[in-house]
Design a protein around this ligand. Sequence first.
Ligand SMILES: [Zn+2]
Length: 171
Amino acid sequence: MTTSVTTTKTDFRVLSREAFATVRESILTGHRALFSQRAFRTGEILCSFSDRGVFSQPARLTLQTGLDEHILLFPEFLQYINHSCAPNIFFDTTSRQVICLTDIQEGKEIVFFYPSTEWDMADAFSCRCGASNCLQQIRGAAYLPPEILSQYRLTNFIQQQLRHQTAVAKI
Ligand SMILES: [Zn+2]
């Protein structure tokens, strides 16, 4: 999982075809990304997910599901869903479902907002997603102000962390 990069139709190869999406790899950069193979509607569930490994520390490919709980995704191809500051899907870590936040056309990159699941990431990065509201530095929800976070759908875990943070600040 790295930042989303716009690709043209000619500079990638398809690494694998999955149930509803294909994994593409940029020939120039080796950058991998997941692209939809059909259209989806807002609110639609793309798939359910589970884990193929649970860790106490975050890593580059893990998704945060609790305070000291970070999972490697199953099915594995979901790990190619990159970050965007304008996400079109959400990982609901309570229901363990991938949910559409917007309509997605066939052939579009499937992207999520890392701080919607990640509190404090192992690797911060500079985002070049190209969205007009790009936040540029992505380090996890812990580093973003509430007025930014309120624009995004967040996991129950991240919401809990924010409530806890507010409660601590008031003491
Ligand atoms: Zn961005």
